[in-house]
Design a protein around this ligand. Structure first.
Ligand code: NDP
Length: 504
């Protein structure tokens, strides 16, 4: 039973029969059709079972769990669940590799290995993209054109730095840290692994990395690539499991640095666990970014920026532009164009090249999104969803936005991590800044205006780690990424990202 049914409200949320309440808001559906264009799976090899990758070898463990395709709920593979003992093995292998090989070889040699990883990833890019979409639910056009190329770019970028560290930090004395523990989420599995592994290796550290429970496959493909690249055994150890596996990495005394991307809640747990130790830490946590559209902005481009900001990767993006702040004078125009655009988004098979909105990553995440959207309706906000058919199997949520949103509504304050936008308005730049900063988060923001001086004024005052001007969700290995406030601290990417993996 949905929240609305429980409360005597008859409309079913997000179902195929949904949206009777939306009819009055319905805007014209663009009149074009697409032929299906599914990406081939013939060349994809997914083993029926994956063991842990420790000390350059597949290592069996006592417990395994299934990973499923969220688009059809079919099982893809059995995955090793690393125990605390397995974590110890992985950390010991990393420590031995640090002492005996990786810290002894020249930076130029280190670079060669990292370049080699990048090149093999390029050769396998299509396979990696298809597996990323099958395991995580993201549209193939995104994994093919964003996740995998960017992951490769990070390896190339940091390979280039490996023998030039003294130029990055001229006149300063520094050394590598040792064993680094890395914990990543499910929204960009291979990309997050690249953000973390590449700078760690370039700086001379060895790694134990844990994938998220729902998306372990591309990391085990990366393990095969690392083997093929001839990286010395134990330099990169890849494990899988759940929260307790992550906690065992955090608490292992031989791990000298933790790099974590995930929820603010787990970020806080990690901080409590390492208090009183000398571990270095970087935390990349949640966000609730403001995407601010001024009346002098190029409106059509801004609407594309809104769509890209919140519906990219089904909104499973920490820096998603989930709060639209639109200047009051253009609100109606923007909403009208946004409705038209939502009606043209194609939701369905992630492996179809036409798909814009793929599957929600897990049942658990779908429940979280549904609960928060129901709270928005209950609190009196006005929902808009296009009329589109949801597949009968798998986890799906229609692209959604809310108007009549107050800053106190849950949907305006909490990270939904789904394809759900809250629309708020402002009249003056001062009000826009106040509203943008009225959040415990501070990861990202977007500003759309024709006027450069206005953009510069805004970026100096909005408290966010990354601010895009007249674009959104643009990433580059040379640009640092990270947050303020409860979005965490430390930076990934660029020279700043190197600093996090060195001792000064
Ligand atoms: P988590 O923070 O729980 O997961 C992130 C990673 O941390 C996963 O690998 C997870 O393992 C691991 N982990 C879980 N518990 C612990 C622990 N106690 N110690 C160490 N590592 C741990 O995020 P969820 O996947 O549960 O998502 C919950 C919410 O977090 C989302 O709805 C979203 O709002 C936010 N989120 C934010 C992300 C971001 O990029 N900022 C990314 C992902 C989620 P496992 O997968 O096995 O549980």
């Amino acid at each position: 039973m949905t929240f609305r049914e429980k409360n005597g409200i008859s409309t079913k949320l997000n179902g195929n029969s949904a949206a009777s309440h939306q009819r009055s808001l319905k805007s014209k559906k663009p009149g074009w059709e697409y032929a299906e264009s599914p990406e081939s799976k013939d060349h994809i090899i997914i083993n029926s079972k994956y063991d842990l990758f420790i000390n350059g070898k597949a290592v069996k463990t006592g417990k395994y769990f299934s990973t499923v395709n969220p688009a059809n709920e079919e099982k893809l593979s059995e995955i090793a669940y690393a125990s605390a003992g397995d974590v110890d093995k992985a950390v010991n292998a990393a420590e031995k590799a640090y002492r005996n090989s990786w810290s002894r070889i020249s930076p130029k040699e280190r670079a060669k290995y990292i370049f080699r990883i990048a090149r093999i990833m390029q050769e396998k890019a299509r396979e990696l993209a298809v597996i990323e979409s099958m395991d995580g639910g993201k549209p193939i056009k995104e994994s093919k054109s964003v996740d995998i190329p960017l992951a490769i770019a990070f390896f190339f970028y940091y390979a280039g730095w490996a023998d030039k560290l003294k130029f990055a930090f001229p006149g300063r004395q520094f050394s590598s840290i040792g064993v680094v523990g890395q914990i990543i989420p499910w929204n960009f599995p291979l990309l997050m692994a690249a953000w973390k592994i590449a700078p760690a290796l370039a700086c001379g550290n060895t790694v134990v990395i844990k994938s998220a429970e729902t998306t372990p496959l591309t990391l085990y493909k990366l393990a095969e690539i690392i083997q093929e690249a001839g990286v010395p055994d134990g330099v990169v150890n890849i494990i899988s499991g759940a929260g307790d596996t992550g906690a065992a990495i955090v608490n292992n005394p031989k791990v000298k640095k933790i790099a974590f991307t995930g929820s603010t809640e787990v970020g806080k747990l990690i901080m409590r666990s390492i208090a009183g130790t000398d571990k270095k830490v970087t935390l990349e946590l949640g966000g609730k970014a403001a995407n601010i559209i001024f009346e002098d902005a190029p409106i059509d481009q801004a609407v594309e920026g809104i769509v890209n900001g919140i519906y990219f990767n089904q909104g499973h993006v920490c820096c998603a532009g989930s709060r639209l702040l639109v200047q009051e004078s253009i609100k109606n125009t923007v909403i009208k164009k946004l409705k038209y655009r939502l009606n043209s988004l194609r939701l369905g098979d992630p492996l179809d090249k036409n798909t814009d909105i793929g599957a929600i990553n897990s049942r658990q995440q779908l429940d979280k999104i549904t609960e928060l959207v129901e709270s928005g309706i209950e609190e009196g906000c006005t929902i808009y969803q296009p009329e589109c058919k949801l597949p009968s199997k798998g986890y799906w949520f229609k692209p959604t936005f809310f108007t009549n949103v107050a800053q106190s509504n849950r949907i305006a304050g909490e990270e939904i991590f789904g394809p759900v936008l809250s629309v708020l308005t402002f009249r003056t730049p001062k009000e826009a800044i106040e509203k943008a900063d009225n959040t415990q988060y501070g990861l990202s923001a977007g500003i759309w205006s024709d006027k450069g001086s206005k953009i510069f004024k805004m970026v100096n005052q909005v408290k966010a780690g990354v601010i895009w001007a007249n674009t959104y969700n643009k990433f580059n290995p040379a640009s640092p990424f990270g947050g303020y406030k409860e979005s965490g601290f430390g930076r990934e990417g660029g020279i700043q990202g190197l600093k996090e993996y060195l001792k000064f």
